[in-house]
Design a protein around this ligand. Structure first.
Ligand code: SF4
Ligand code: SF4
Length: 443
């Protein structure tokens, strides 16, 4: 064995690096990945930008993003024990788009909208075993006895930057990776391995090359980044779609209901519905709540409006497990308060209902917070019973947002029952933040 955990087996033509790289790509396709490109492990291309973004305090409660700064810059250092150093980075993408949400569902305020990546089971659990399989495939060819690093949103790797460099797609102003042939509905994953594989030529032109300082200082962007090109050997299903860039389009920036984009390519999560409804455990700032509409988990707006998401390519079969479950697309907001399905109010019912769903990440208290905001934005008196239940919830986070929602209904309909429920709650409430929410609702 070499220090990298590799057995020297270069004598067989079948194991020459060129063959191995091609076999890896073929195996990735067999596993169901829509894109697979291989890069040499080097310094992360936009680590400076990411560090500036962190320095501007953008990460909010996502403190995990601030860890492992050196490894994020140098992914070869992610090797543990005898596994490294890693020499090749395999970048993979799965297209998860299924259908556009019918307006009748999307515009119904009595339903809660869930980001489309979460309509099926948790993609981490679906993709991770496939990454292990891909690494196992390489090990079976090289005799390596150590493990590669398999990451799906779970490590300090700047996936979108690497996807851009690898030629999987360009980074749009909405900060998503956009494959010109398939759009931006992509789940990204990476595998780091010590083998030296043959590499796809890196893509030279990157909209992300805008200086971090320029973005932070006030957006000197002038819309002139030029075209981005897929490498010739991976033209995708439609060669006519090989070039792409945002050009002068700014649809995503202007469509964002919370003005979360500081500018092109620069998102402030602390104004983003996805951050607040999925990652944050804190109360949502009052001024943002009305802009959430009926979004209870994530937000797809800045992708829905993107012209690159007009489907051009014939899609490949969806990975098992990602298929939308009917009850997770846009569930009626009040359903989870019903005595027979109390999943917003009851911890066990929540765990049972969402046992394989990405919604578990927000936890029950976070989801109940999100649902209360959607009910407040709906403003319909039929939500009063549910909100009064939430006003008694064990989680202060839920009680405070239930008070806000009740206040909205009182303001709209002048409902005496809601006002007296709030007044009663104020008398017994001991949590200072909840008290302040109730007082504001009654004001
Ligand atoms: Fe704005 Fe929604 Fe996109 Fe967040 S996900 S930036 S809230 S449009
Ligand atoms: Fe780029 Fe327009 Fe798509 Fe935004 S909506 S990512 S600006 S093409």
């Amino acid at each position: 064995m070499t220090s990298a955990g590799l057995t020297s087996r270069q004598d067989s033509p079948a194991r020459q690096p060129d063959d191995l790289a091609a076999a890896v790509v073929r195996h990735a396709r067999r596993l169901g990945f829509d894109r697979c490109r291989i890069l040499p492990v080097g310094d992360a291309p936009h680590a400076d930008f990411f560090d500036s973004w962190l320095a501007a305090d953008r990460a909010g409660e996502m403190s995990y993003l601030t860890r492992h700064a050196t490894k994020r810059r140098r992914p070869d250092l992610l090797a543990e024990g005898e596994a490294g150093p890693f020499r090749s980075l395999i970048v993979l993408a799965v297209d998860y788009h299924q259908f556009d949400l019918p307006p009748a569902l999307r515009d119904d305020p009595s339903r809660g909208l869930i980001a489309s990546y979460a309509w099926g089971d948790d993609y981490h659990e679906i993709i991770r075993p496939l990454l292990y399989d891909l690494d196992g495939f390489i090990r079976s060819r090289t005799g390596r006895t150590t493990l590669g690093k398999c990451l799906v949103d779970t490590g300090p790797v700047l996936e979108r930057d690497w996807a851009h460099v690898a030629g999987i797609g360009f980074t749009g102003k909405n900060c998503c990776t956009i494959d010109p042939a398939a759009g931006s509905w992509l789940l990204l994953a990476t595998v780091l391995v010590p083998e030296t594989l043959t590499y796809a030529p890196p893509v030279a032109t990157t909209p992300g090359s805008v200086s971090a300082q320029a973005v932070l200082e006030g957006l000197s962007w002038d819309g002139s980044y030029g075209a981005w090109e897929l490498p010739a050997d991976d033209a995708g299903p439609d060669a006519a779609t090989r070039t792409g860039a945002c050009g002068r389009c700014t649809r995503c920036l202007s469509a964002c209901p919370t003005r979360a984009f500081v500018g092109p390519y620069h998102l402030d999560p602390q104004r983003c519905i996805s951050y607040w409804t999925i990652e944050a455990r804190q109360p949502v700032p009052r001024d943002l709540r009305p802009h959430f509409g009926n979004r209870i988990f994530g937000c797809d707006i800045c992708q829905e409006v993107c012209p690159w998401n007009r489907r051009l390519a014939q899609r490949s079969p969806l990975l098992d497990g990602l298929h939308a479950r009917a009850d997770r697309i846009a569930p009626p907001l009040l359903e989870g308060f019903a005595p027979e399905t109390p999943y917003w109010l009851d911890e066990q019912a929540f765990r049972q209902k969402f046992r394989r769903s990405p919604l578990r990440r927000a936890k029950r208290s976070g989801m109940l917070r999100n649902v209360c905001i959607a009910l407040g934005n709906w403003g319909d008196p039929s939500a009063l019973l549910a909100l009064r239940s939430a006003l008694h919830d064990s989680a202060a986070l839920a009680r405070g947002h239930a008070a806000w929602a009740l206040g909205r209904i009182v303001a709209l309909h002048g409902h005496d029952g809601a006002a007296s429920a709030l007044a009663d709650a104020l008398e017994r409430e001991s949590d200072e933040w909840v008290r302040s929410e109730i007082a504001a609702a009654l004001a």
